[in-house]
Design a binder for this molecule. Sequence first.
Ligand code: PDD
Length: 296
Amino acid sequence: MTPCLTSPHVADPVYLNGRFLPLAEASVSPLDRGFLYGDGVYEVIPVYSRRAFRIDEHLARLQATLNGIALPNPLPLDAWRAVVEQLIAAAPWGDQSIYLQVTRGADNKRDHAFPPTSVPATVFAFAGPLVTPDAATRAAGVVAISVPDLRWSRCDLKVISLLPNVLARQLAVAQGCAEALLIRDGYLKEGAASNVFVVRDGVLLAPPKTHLMLPGITYDVILELAQCHGQPLEIREISEAELRSADEVWMTSSTKEVLAIVRLDGQPVGSGTPGPLAARMWQWYQDFKNSVMRQG
Ligand code: PDD
């Protein structure tokens, strides 16, 4: 019996290796290196009112990640844009999340070293609905745990080998938490699938972009908004002690936008409720988004 592969979270058609086709008809070889080795890269692009947000930045990060794993980009920029536009046009939602993935393809054998250049990359993309936190979730804030950061040393690359992130997020979910904050050598790096900001004494603190953190597209927007609104900002390493005695802690990502963390490892963050700067930044983010995405 053919399994039913339609999904309310994935629009038809999806894109696979040059074709738009129903999810139920999309298949890749079990020898694909994404499947065997997690040898590939991905992007998640938010779409508001059918317009891709910061698509140039997302495609630049995709290129940087491809460079970082020595995988030639299988599509020119214009072709990527066309794929994204066609997925957006065909999907039933105004606000969407576009997923892009490139793997090093499927050779005819299993070998850790790269396959011959004649083996084409596998390119997969689809649109899903963008579900950002609702008003009740934002008003309540979310809870988080901290865990040791067990990932590799190229966390600046958006690769599909996400097992440490998966395990960290699952630890959090098993304890009723929304996110796991990753601590390496005594310093806060980011979340399992988000960047993390801290507020202390009215100053917004952001961990610096190093090889140990993903350079979030939302992270950049937050920094720009802070600068534009005259919000005091310091980009520097944040110690675990500073994290634990912060007035506010936020997680940010393309799908979570700006979300306050109100308890960490069972202890209240600041007052234990979303802080004033989180609410202000969320509003600045909405205003910015609405001004560049929703008009006209
Ligand atoms: N994750 N750090 C990590 C480890 C992430 O996985 C993400 C996003 C971010 C935030 O990046 P951006 O602002 O560009 O979304 C930071 C996506 C949403 C995901 O894996 O689904």
